[in-house]
Design a protein. Structure first.
Length: 94
């Protein structure tokens, strides 16, 4: 009897992040804050859950999304919360 084996391949897209703290190639399947830290770039934060706004950064160029819903903290136009936002393309933040 032959057994079939299933193999699952996880595909992770990567994008280029440019920030005042450095440049990195980061994964798109994690929030920018976590992806940047995994790549050695430290960004400011406090709660890391979208409540406080400490990780608020200006999005200079690029696209982001909030796959887990809109965060609780107020997000002014042109700004992003790096603890919740996922990169959709190469991007730059200030």
């Amino acid at each position: 009897m032959m057994k079939s084996s299933r193999t699952t391949t996880l595909i992770t897209s990567k994008v280029k992040m440019v920030s005042p703290n450095g440049e990195a190639i980061i994964a798109t399947n994690k929030p920018i804050l976590r992806a940047a830290a995994s790549s050695g770039v430290r960004l400011d934060y406090n709660c890391a859950e979208g409540h406080c706004g400490a990780c608020l950064k200006k999005l200079v160029k690029g696209d982001v999304s909030y796959p887990n819903g809109t965060p609780m903290a107020f997000i002014p136009n042109g700004m992003i919360l790096t603890c919740c936002a996922h990169a959709e393309s190469d991007f730059e933040i200030e």
